[in-house]
Ligand binder design. Structure first.
Ligand SMILES: *Cc1c(COP(=O)(O)O)cnc(C)c1O
Length: 421
Protein backbone atom coordinates (compact mmCIF):
# COMPACT_ATOMS: atom_id res chain seq x y z
CA UNK A 1 0.00 0.00 0.00
CA UNK A 2 1.41 3.43 -0.88
CA UNK A 3 1.61 6.06 1.81
CA UNK A 4 -0.98 8.19 -0.01
CA UNK A 5 -3.49 5.33 0.09
CA UNK A 6 -2.77 4.84 3.79
CA UNK A 7 -3.38 8.52 4.32
CA UNK A 8 -6.74 8.35 2.50
CA UNK A 9 -7.88 5.31 4.44
CA UNK A 10 -6.68 6.57 7.79
CA UNK A 11 -9.54 6.49 10.28
CA UNK A 12 -8.22 9.56 12.03
CA UNK A 13 -9.67 12.52 10.17
CA UNK A 14 -9.22 15.82 11.97
CA UNK A 15 -12.04 18.21 11.22
CA UNK A 16 -9.99 21.37 11.70
CA UNK A 17 -7.38 20.14 9.20
CA UNK A 18 -10.10 19.42 6.64
CA UNK A 19 -11.50 22.91 7.13
CA UNK A 20 -8.09 24.58 6.87
CA UNK A 21 -7.19 22.76 3.64
CA UNK A 22 -10.52 23.64 2.03
CA UNK A 23 -10.38 27.25 3.17
CA UNK A 24 -7.08 27.54 1.30
CA UNK A 25 -7.67 25.44 -1.82
CA UNK A 26 -11.37 24.92 -2.57
CA UNK A 27 -13.32 27.47 -4.61
CA UNK A 28 -15.83 28.78 -2.10
CA UNK A 29 -19.07 28.06 -3.97
CA UNK A 30 -20.59 26.11 -1.07
CA UNK A 31 -21.40 27.19 2.46
CA UNK A 32 -20.96 23.72 3.96
CA UNK A 33 -22.46 22.61 7.26
CA UNK A 34 -19.66 22.24 9.84
CA UNK A 35 -19.43 18.45 9.78
CA UNK A 36 -17.00 16.03 8.13
CA UNK A 37 -18.52 12.68 7.18
CA UNK A 38 -16.16 9.75 6.96
CA UNK A 39 -18.39 6.64 6.79
CA UNK A 40 -21.93 5.52 6.01
CA UNK A 41 -24.07 2.44 6.49
CA UNK A 42 -27.61 2.27 5.17
CA UNK A 43 -29.36 5.50 6.22
CA UNK A 44 -26.72 6.28 8.84
CA UNK A 45 -23.69 8.53 8.47
CA UNK A 46 -20.76 8.92 10.86
CA UNK A 47 -18.67 12.05 11.24
CA UNK A 48 -14.99 12.48 12.06
CA UNK A 49 -15.81 12.53 15.77
CA UNK A 50 -17.67 9.23 15.54
CA UNK A 51 -21.12 10.82 15.96
CA UNK A 52 -24.00 9.02 14.23
CA UNK A 53 -26.59 10.77 12.04
CA UNK A 54 -29.80 9.60 10.38
CA UNK A 55 -29.68 10.77 6.79
CA UNK A 56 -33.03 11.88 5.34
CA UNK A 57 -31.34 13.62 2.41
CA UNK A 58 -29.17 10.79 1.00
CA UNK A 59 -26.72 13.08 -0.74
CA UNK A 60 -29.60 15.06 -2.35
CA UNK A 61 -31.57 12.05 -3.49
CA UNK A 62 -28.60 10.03 -4.71
CA UNK A 63 -27.91 7.16 -2.28
CA UNK A 64 -30.98 5.21 -3.38
CA UNK A 65 -29.73 1.87 -2.03
CA UNK A 66 -28.17 3.43 1.06
CA UNK A 67 -24.63 4.29 2.08
CA UNK A 68 -21.97 1.61 1.94
CA UNK A 69 -24.36 -0.83 0.29
CA UNK A 70 -22.45 -4.14 0.09
CA UNK A 71 -24.10 -5.27 -3.15
CA UNK A 72 -23.23 -1.99 -4.89
CA UNK A 73 -19.73 -1.96 -3.39
CA UNK A 74 -19.02 -5.56 -4.46
CA UNK A 75 -20.32 -4.93 -7.99
CA UNK A 76 -18.19 -1.78 -8.34
CA UNK A 77 -15.07 -3.45 -6.95
CA UNK A 78 -15.48 -6.39 -9.32
CA UNK A 79 -16.13 -4.08 -12.28
CA UNK A 80 -13.14 -1.87 -11.42
CA UNK A 81 -10.91 -4.94 -11.40
CA UNK A 82 -12.36 -6.21 -14.68
CA UNK A 83 -12.78 -3.07 -16.81
CA UNK A 84 -13.86 0.42 -15.76
CA UNK A 85 -13.72 2.60 -18.83
CA UNK A 86 -13.20 2.29 -22.56
CA UNK A 87 -14.87 5.51 -23.93
CA UNK A 88 -17.81 5.61 -26.30
CA UNK A 89 -15.64 4.74 -29.32
CA UNK A 90 -16.27 1.03 -28.65
CA UNK A 91 -19.06 -1.26 -27.55
CA UNK A 92 -19.20 -2.67 -24.03
CA UNK A 93 -21.72 -5.13 -22.62
CA UNK A 94 -23.53 -2.95 -20.04
CA UNK A 95 -24.78 0.27 -21.67
CA UNK A 96 -27.46 -1.46 -23.73
CA UNK A 97 -28.62 -3.37 -20.65
CA UNK A 98 -29.11 -0.20 -18.62
CA UNK A 99 -30.86 1.49 -21.56
CA UNK A 100 -33.20 -1.50 -21.98
CA UNK A 101 -34.17 -1.36 -18.29
CA UNK A 102 -34.75 2.40 -18.48
CA UNK A 103 -36.88 1.85 -21.61
CA UNK A 104 -38.98 -0.75 -19.82
CA UNK A 105 -39.54 1.62 -16.88
CA UNK A 106 -40.17 4.81 -18.89
CA UNK A 107 -41.60 3.71 -22.24
CA UNK A 108 -38.92 5.82 -23.96
CA UNK A 109 -36.94 3.41 -26.09
CA UNK A 110 -33.54 5.12 -26.38
CA UNK A 111 -30.96 6.53 -23.96
CA UNK A 112 -27.96 8.84 -24.17
CA UNK A 113 -25.70 8.46 -21.12
CA UNK A 114 -23.85 11.29 -19.41
CA UNK A 115 -22.46 12.04 -15.95
CA UNK A 116 -24.93 14.30 -14.15
CA UNK A 117 -28.38 15.80 -14.11
CA UNK A 118 -27.35 19.04 -15.73
CA UNK A 119 -25.71 17.12 -18.58
CA UNK A 120 -28.90 15.11 -19.03
CA UNK A 121 -30.84 18.36 -19.40
CA UNK A 122 -28.22 19.75 -21.80
CA UNK A 123 -28.62 16.63 -23.93
CA UNK A 124 -32.42 17.00 -23.92
CA UNK A 125 -32.16 20.66 -24.99
CA UNK A 126 -29.75 19.81 -27.80
CA UNK A 127 -31.82 16.86 -29.03
CA UNK A 128 -34.98 19.02 -29.02
CA UNK A 129 -33.26 21.57 -31.27
CA UNK A 130 -31.88 18.77 -33.43
CA UNK A 131 -35.40 17.38 -33.91
CA UNK A 132 -36.63 20.66 -35.40
CA UNK A 133 -33.45 21.19 -37.44
CA UNK A 134 -33.84 17.73 -39.00
CA UNK A 135 -37.52 18.45 -39.65
CA UNK A 136 -36.43 21.42 -41.79
CA UNK A 137 -38.30 23.92 -39.62
CA UNK A 138 -35.73 24.96 -37.00
CA UNK A 139 -37.13 26.07 -33.64
CA UNK A 140 -35.06 27.10 -30.64
CA UNK A 141 -37.51 28.62 -28.17
CA UNK A 142 -38.09 26.90 -24.83
CA UNK A 143 -40.89 27.45 -22.34
CA UNK A 144 -39.93 26.65 -18.74
CA UNK A 145 -41.67 27.01 -15.39
CA UNK A 146 -41.17 29.55 -12.64
CA UNK A 147 -39.55 27.91 -9.58
CA UNK A 148 -38.05 25.34 -11.97
CA UNK A 149 -34.51 24.02 -11.53
CA UNK A 150 -32.59 22.20 -14.26
CA UNK A 151 -28.92 22.56 -13.33
CA UNK A 152 -26.01 25.00 -13.40
CA UNK A 153 -24.33 24.66 -16.80
CA UNK A 154 -25.16 27.44 -19.25
CA UNK A 155 -27.89 25.59 -21.14
CA UNK A 156 -29.66 24.15 -18.13
CA UNK A 157 -29.13 27.40 -16.18
CA UNK A 158 -30.99 29.15 -19.00
CA UNK A 159 -34.10 27.10 -18.16
CA UNK A 160 -33.56 27.41 -14.39
CA UNK A 161 -35.75 30.11 -12.90
CA UNK A 162 -33.98 31.44 -9.78
CA UNK A 163 -32.63 34.91 -10.69
CA UNK A 164 -29.86 34.55 -8.04
CA UNK A 165 -28.38 31.62 -9.95
CA UNK A 166 -28.72 33.36 -13.32
CA UNK A 167 -27.83 37.03 -12.94
CA UNK A 168 -24.01 36.77 -12.59
CA UNK A 169 -23.75 34.67 -15.74
CA UNK A 170 -25.95 36.47 -18.23
CA UNK A 171 -26.40 36.57 -21.14
CA UNK A 172 -27.67 33.00 -21.13
CA UNK A 173 -29.09 30.91 -23.98
CA UNK A 174 -31.73 33.08 -25.70
CA UNK A 175 -35.34 32.20 -26.40
CA UNK A 176 -36.47 31.01 -22.95
CA UNK A 177 -39.80 32.13 -21.46
CA UNK A 178 -40.93 31.30 -17.90
CA UNK A 179 -44.55 30.81 -16.93
CA UNK A 180 -45.96 30.14 -13.44
CA UNK A 181 -46.64 26.44 -12.81
CA UNK A 182 -50.39 25.89 -12.87
CA UNK A 183 -51.17 29.01 -14.93
CA UNK A 184 -53.09 27.69 -17.95
CA UNK A 185 -53.52 31.10 -19.61
CA UNK A 186 -49.84 31.99 -19.33
CA UNK A 187 -48.80 28.63 -20.76
CA UNK A 188 -51.20 28.87 -23.70
CA UNK A 189 -49.94 32.39 -24.43
CA UNK A 190 -46.25 31.45 -24.21
CA UNK A 191 -46.20 28.26 -26.29
CA UNK A 192 -46.40 28.87 -30.04
CA UNK A 193 -45.35 27.20 -33.28
CA UNK A 194 -41.88 28.67 -32.59
CA UNK A 195 -41.54 26.66 -29.37
CA UNK A 196 -39.08 23.79 -29.67
CA UNK A 197 -39.98 22.33 -26.28
CA UNK A 198 -41.60 22.83 -22.91
CA UNK A 199 -39.42 21.74 -19.99
CA UNK A 200 -40.97 20.88 -16.64
CA UNK A 201 -40.13 18.94 -13.49
CA UNK A 202 -43.20 16.78 -12.72
CA UNK A 203 -42.41 17.57 -9.08
CA UNK A 204 -40.42 20.78 -8.67
CA UNK A 205 -37.69 19.74 -6.25
CA UNK A 206 -35.37 22.68 -5.58
CA UNK A 207 -38.40 24.95 -6.04
CA UNK A 208 -39.84 23.62 -2.77
CA UNK A 209 -41.22 20.12 -3.53
CA UNK A 210 -44.19 21.25 -5.63
CA UNK A 211 -45.94 18.53 -7.64
CA UNK A 212 -47.63 19.73 -10.84
CA UNK A 213 -51.38 19.13 -10.83
CA UNK A 214 -52.93 16.59 -13.20
CA UNK A 215 -55.09 19.43 -14.54
CA UNK A 216 -52.02 21.49 -15.48
CA UNK A 217 -50.39 18.38 -16.93
CA UNK A 218 -53.43 17.97 -19.20
CA UNK A 219 -52.98 21.56 -20.38
CA UNK A 220 -49.31 20.87 -21.14
CA UNK A 221 -50.30 17.84 -23.22
CA UNK A 222 -52.95 19.85 -25.07
CA UNK A 223 -50.59 22.75 -25.79
CA UNK A 224 -47.94 20.35 -27.11
CA UNK A 225 -50.51 18.74 -29.40
CA UNK A 226 -51.71 22.13 -30.68
CA UNK A 227 -48.25 23.55 -31.42
CA UNK A 228 -46.07 20.50 -32.00
CA UNK A 229 -43.77 21.59 -29.14
CA UNK A 230 -41.86 18.69 -27.63
CA UNK A 231 -42.09 17.97 -23.90
CA UNK A 232 -38.99 17.51 -21.75
CA UNK A 233 -39.78 16.00 -18.33
CA UNK A 234 -36.92 16.72 -15.95
CA UNK A 235 -37.08 13.68 -13.65
CA UNK A 236 -33.56 14.07 -12.26
CA UNK A 237 -34.92 14.44 -8.72
CA UNK A 238 -38.44 12.96 -8.74
CA UNK A 239 -37.79 10.07 -11.14
CA UNK A 240 -36.46 6.53 -10.85
CA UNK A 241 -38.73 5.34 -8.09
CA UNK A 242 -38.48 8.36 -5.79
CA UNK A 243 -42.29 8.66 -5.71
CA UNK A 244 -42.99 4.91 -5.63
CA UNK A 245 -43.67 4.93 -9.38
CA UNK A 246 -40.86 4.65 -11.93
CA UNK A 247 -41.48 8.26 -13.07
CA UNK A 248 -43.82 10.98 -11.87
CA UNK A 249 -44.74 12.01 -15.45
CA UNK A 250 -46.59 8.68 -15.53
CA UNK A 251 -48.60 9.64 -12.45
CA UNK A 252 -49.54 12.94 -14.11
CA UNK A 253 -50.45 11.28 -17.42
CA UNK A 254 -47.80 13.25 -19.36
CA UNK A 255 -46.26 11.88 -22.55
CA UNK A 256 -42.77 13.41 -22.79
CA UNK A 257 -40.51 13.07 -25.85
CA UNK A 258 -37.46 13.55 -23.66
CA UNK A 259 -36.79 12.66 -20.03
CA UNK A 260 -33.72 13.63 -18.02
CA UNK A 261 -32.54 11.36 -15.21
CA UNK A 262 -29.62 11.50 -12.79
CA UNK A 263 -29.26 11.64 -8.99
CA UNK A 264 -30.51 8.17 -7.88
CA UNK A 265 -29.49 6.41 -11.11
CA UNK A 266 -25.96 5.51 -10.03
CA UNK A 267 -26.65 5.24 -6.30
CA UNK A 268 -23.61 7.48 -5.77
CA UNK A 269 -21.65 6.88 -8.98
CA UNK A 270 -21.97 9.97 -11.19
CA UNK A 271 -24.29 8.94 -14.01
CA UNK A 272 -27.16 10.61 -15.82
CA UNK A 273 -29.15 9.95 -18.96
CA UNK A 274 -31.42 11.57 -21.50
CA UNK A 275 -34.25 9.23 -22.52
CA UNK A 276 -35.69 9.79 -26.00
CA UNK A 277 -38.79 8.86 -27.94
CA UNK A 278 -38.13 7.13 -31.25
CA UNK A 279 -39.18 10.20 -33.26
CA UNK A 280 -36.64 12.42 -31.53
CA UNK A 281 -33.92 9.74 -31.52
CA UNK A 282 -34.33 9.20 -35.25
CA UNK A 283 -33.49 12.88 -35.87
CA UNK A 284 -30.10 12.48 -34.18
CA UNK A 285 -27.01 11.65 -36.23
CA UNK A 286 -23.52 10.34 -35.56
CA UNK A 287 -21.38 13.03 -33.95
CA UNK A 288 -24.29 15.24 -32.79
CA UNK A 289 -23.42 14.81 -29.12
CA UNK A 290 -20.83 13.00 -27.09
CA UNK A 291 -18.95 12.53 -23.82
CA UNK A 292 -15.74 10.81 -22.77
CA UNK A 293 -17.02 9.21 -19.58
CA UNK A 294 -20.77 8.98 -20.16
CA UNK A 295 -22.15 5.48 -19.56
CA UNK A 296 -18.82 3.79 -18.91
CA UNK A 297 -18.71 0.30 -17.45
CA UNK A 298 -18.34 1.45 -13.85
CA UNK A 299 -21.29 3.86 -14.10
CA UNK A 300 -23.48 1.31 -15.89
CA UNK A 301 -22.63 -1.41 -13.38
CA UNK A 302 -23.82 0.88 -10.57
CA UNK A 303 -27.01 1.74 -12.48
CA UNK A 304 -27.75 -1.95 -13.00
CA UNK A 305 -27.53 -2.58 -9.25
CA UNK A 306 -29.91 0.32 -8.55
CA UNK A 307 -32.38 -0.61 -11.30
CA UNK A 308 -32.39 -4.28 -10.27
CA UNK A 309 -33.11 -3.25 -6.69
CA UNK A 310 -35.95 -0.96 -7.81
CA UNK A 311 -37.88 -3.66 -9.60
CA UNK A 312 -36.86 -6.54 -7.36
CA UNK A 313 -35.04 -8.43 -10.10
CA UNK A 314 -31.83 -8.39 -8.10
CA UNK A 315 -30.10 -11.67 -7.49
CA UNK A 316 -30.47 -12.86 -3.93
CA UNK A 317 -26.80 -12.67 -2.99
CA UNK A 318 -27.19 -10.32 -0.01
CA UNK A 319 -30.86 -10.23 0.95
CA UNK A 320 -30.14 -8.40 4.21
CA UNK A 321 -29.05 -5.22 2.46
CA UNK A 322 -32.05 -4.55 0.24
CA UNK A 323 -35.75 -5.16 0.99
CA UNK A 324 -37.18 -8.12 -0.93
CA UNK A 325 -39.85 -7.61 -3.56
CA UNK A 326 -38.29 -4.49 -5.00
CA UNK A 327 -37.87 -0.96 -3.75
CA UNK A 328 -40.81 0.41 -5.77
CA UNK A 329 -43.18 -1.73 -3.70
CA UNK A 330 -41.30 -0.81 -0.52
CA UNK A 331 -41.66 2.94 -1.24
CA UNK A 332 -45.37 2.54 -2.05
CA UNK A 333 -45.78 0.86 1.33
CA UNK A 334 -43.85 3.59 3.19
CA UNK A 335 -45.38 6.66 1.49
CA UNK A 336 -48.66 6.85 3.44
CA UNK A 337 -46.82 6.24 6.73
CA UNK A 338 -44.40 9.09 6.05
CA UNK A 339 -47.22 11.39 4.99
CA UNK A 340 -49.39 10.58 8.03
CA UNK A 341 -46.47 11.12 10.41
CA UNK A 342 -45.52 14.45 8.78
CA UNK A 343 -49.12 15.70 8.89
CA UNK A 344 -49.39 14.67 12.53
CA UNK A 345 -46.16 16.53 13.33
CA UNK A 346 -47.46 19.57 11.41
CA UNK A 347 -50.55 19.80 13.65
CA UNK A 348 -48.28 20.38 16.65
CA UNK A 349 -46.13 23.12 15.08
CA UNK A 350 -47.97 26.27 13.97
CA UNK A 351 -44.90 27.31 11.96
CA UNK A 352 -45.64 24.49 9.48
CA UNK A 353 -47.92 25.84 6.77
CA UNK A 354 -47.90 22.97 4.26
CA UNK A 355 -46.76 19.38 3.74
CA UNK A 356 -46.31 18.30 0.10
CA UNK A 357 -44.84 15.35 -1.71
CA UNK A 358 -45.17 11.73 -2.75
CA UNK A 359 -43.36 8.48 -2.04
CA UNK A 360 -40.05 9.47 -0.46
CA UNK A 361 -39.86 13.11 -1.59
CA UNK A 362 -41.45 15.50 0.90
CA UNK A 363 -41.39 19.22 1.56
CA UNK A 364 -42.45 20.73 4.88
CA UNK A 365 -43.12 24.40 4.22
CA UNK A 366 -42.66 26.79 7.14
CA UNK A 367 -43.86 30.34 7.69
CA UNK A 368 -40.19 31.34 8.07
CA UNK A 369 -36.63 30.60 6.96
CA UNK A 370 -35.97 26.88 7.42
CA UNK A 371 -32.23 27.27 8.07
CA UNK A 372 -32.44 27.25 11.91
CA UNK A 373 -34.53 24.04 11.81
CA UNK A 374 -31.97 22.36 9.57
CA UNK A 375 -29.24 23.42 11.99
CA UNK A 376 -31.19 22.19 15.03
CA UNK A 377 -31.79 18.88 13.26
CA UNK A 378 -28.09 18.47 12.50
CA UNK A 379 -27.28 18.99 16.18
CA UNK A 380 -29.78 16.21 16.98
CA UNK A 381 -28.17 13.84 14.47
CA UNK A 382 -30.59 14.31 11.58
CA UNK A 383 -29.76 15.36 8.03
CA UNK A 384 -32.45 17.30 6.18
CA UNK A 385 -32.12 20.33 3.97
CA UNK A 386 -33.62 23.69 3.21
CA UNK A 387 -34.81 24.58 -0.25
CA UNK A 388 -36.71 27.59 -1.57
CA UNK A 389 -35.81 29.26 1.75
CA UNK A 390 -38.82 28.17 3.79
CA UNK A 391 -39.08 24.49 2.85
CA UNK A 392 -37.53 21.57 4.76
CA UNK A 393 -36.85 18.89 2.16
CA UNK A 394 -36.71 15.13 2.79
CA UNK A 395 -35.21 12.78 0.18
CA UNK A 396 -34.35 9.62 2.13
CA UNK A 397 -32.74 6.51 0.75
CA UNK A 398 -35.19 4.01 -0.80
CA UNK A 399 -34.05 1.34 1.67
CA UNK A 400 -35.16 3.26 4.77
CA UNK A 401 -37.31 1.18 7.15
CA UNK A 402 -40.46 2.12 9.08
CA UNK A 403 -38.47 2.11 12.33
CA UNK A 404 -35.83 4.44 10.91
CA UNK A 405 -38.53 6.80 9.62
CA UNK A 406 -40.09 6.95 13.10
CA UNK A 407 -36.73 7.64 14.71
CA UNK A 408 -35.78 10.30 12.16
CA UNK A 409 -39.15 12.10 12.21
CA UNK A 410 -39.09 12.18 16.01
CA UNK A 411 -35.85 14.14 15.66
CA UNK A 412 -37.50 16.46 13.12
CA UNK A 413 -40.37 16.94 15.56
CA UNK A 414 -37.87 17.93 18.29
CA UNK A 415 -35.99 20.27 15.95
CA UNK A 416 -39.26 22.01 15.04
CA UNK A 417 -40.15 22.34 18.72
CA UNK A 418 -36.78 23.91 19.42
CA UNK A 419 -37.19 26.29 16.44
CA UNK A 420 -40.55 27.49 17.77
CA UNK A 421 -38.85 29.52 20.52
C1 LIG B 1 -30.35 18.16 -9.22
C2 LIG B 1 -31.14 18.48 -10.43
C3 LIG B 1 -30.54 18.76 -11.66
C4 LIG B 1 -29.06 18.89 -11.82
O1 LIG B 1 -28.37 17.71 -11.54
P1 LIG B 1 -26.79 17.75 -11.24
O2 LIG B 1 -26.42 16.30 -11.12
O3 LIG B 1 -26.61 18.53 -9.98
O4 LIG B 1 -26.16 18.41 -12.40
C5 LIG B 1 -31.35 18.95 -12.75
N1 LIG B 1 -32.68 18.89 -12.66
C6 LIG B 1 -33.30 18.63 -11.48
C7 LIG B 1 -34.79 18.52 -11.45
C8 LIG B 1 -32.55 18.42 -10.32
O5 LIG B 1 -33.17 18.21 -9.17
Amino acid sequence: MTSTTEQHLSARVVGSEVHALEAQHIVQTYRRAPVVFVRGEGVRLYDSEGKEYLDLLSGIGVAAVGHGNPRLADALAEQARTLAHTSNLYFHPLQGQVAARLAALSGLPRAFFCNSGTEAVEACLKFARRYWYTAGTPRHEIVALEQGFAGRTLGSLSVTWDPHYRAPFEPLVPGVTFVPAGDEQALRAAVTKQTAAIIAEPIQGEGGVRPLSSAFAAVITDVCTQTGALLIADEVQCGLGRTGQPFYFQVLGLRPDLVSVGKALGGGMPVGAALLSERVASAVSYGDHGTTYGGNLLACRAALVVLDALTGTASTTSPATLPNGGLLAHIQHLAPLVEARLREIATRHPMVVDVRGAGLIWGVELDRDAAPIVEAALARGLLINRTAERVVRLLPSYIITEGEIDLALARLDAALAEGQH
